[in-house]
Design a protein around this ligand. Structure first.
Ligand code: URA
Length: 208
């Protein structure tokens, strides 16, 4: 069964207060989303496997530990892009894939319009990134695409989730762990998370 972790930390709480506030400007919003991505990833990476490597310090040979698996960050366009910078700053060797999905207005089914994943992704640990876990439909479809590409170690990284989205992911992909900075109360009739922060993509890119 997938594990849900709501990462609690005073710095995350402080940055959550910034992004929830409707008065926060685009620049501060974008910076806080990116930094939350970094702080959550610090927690997610706690169980990443390491391997020993011999190097030379300026004084002697010694054994150090480095990450064992390749890491790939996969943002779901477009809001996922806002978290990539922060995550990449602490895992700079990570490769980055991109998935673009839109929801058909009639059927509400997610469709892929862009899919560019790194070669050899199947053996990597993949951090699938999308700040808002609302209905869970898009994230669930993205996980299916990653599994079809052969990926076995997938962790979903979001900022705000709600019980509906968590339930959907736990049902469709019980093997994928969920990491959030906050679990909110519910979805409203327009599928916005409440209390939430509004449209994350619009607030991040200043499109409204
Ligand atoms: N996507 C958003 O940007 N905000 C929500 O509240 C739900 C989905």
């Amino acid at each position: 069964m997938s594990k849900l972790t709501v990462v609690r930390h005073p710095l995350i709480d402080h940055k959550m207060a910034i992004i929830r506030d409707k008065k926060t400007n685009t620049k501060d919003f974008r910076e806080a989303i990116s930094e939350i991505g970094m702080l959550i990833t610090y927690e997610i990476s706690r169980d990443f496997k390491t391997k020993e490597k011999t190097i030379e310090t300026p004084l002697i040979k010694t054994t150090v530990n480095v990450l064992k698996n390749n890491i790939v960050i996969v943002p779901i366009l477009r809001a996922g892009m806002g978290m990539v910078d922060g995550i990449h700053r602490i895992i700079p060797q990570a490769k980055i894939g991109h998935l673009g999905l839109y929801r058909d207005q009639k059927t509400l089914e997610p469709h892929v319009y862009f899919n560019k994943l790194p070669l050899n992704i199947s053996s990597a640990t993949v951090l699938l990134v999308d700040p808002m876990l609302a209905t869970g439909g898009t994230v669930s479809a993205a996980i299916t695409i990653l599994k079809e590409a052969g990926v076995r170690d997938i962790r979903y990284v979001g900022v705000v989730g709600c019980p509906e989205g968590v339930k959907k992911l736990k049902t469709t992909h019980p093997d994928v762990d969920i990491y959030l900075a906050a679990l909110d109360e519910k979805l409203d009739e327009n599928s916005y998370i409440v209390p939430g922060l509004g449209d994350c993509g619009d607030r991040m890119f200043g499109t409204k």
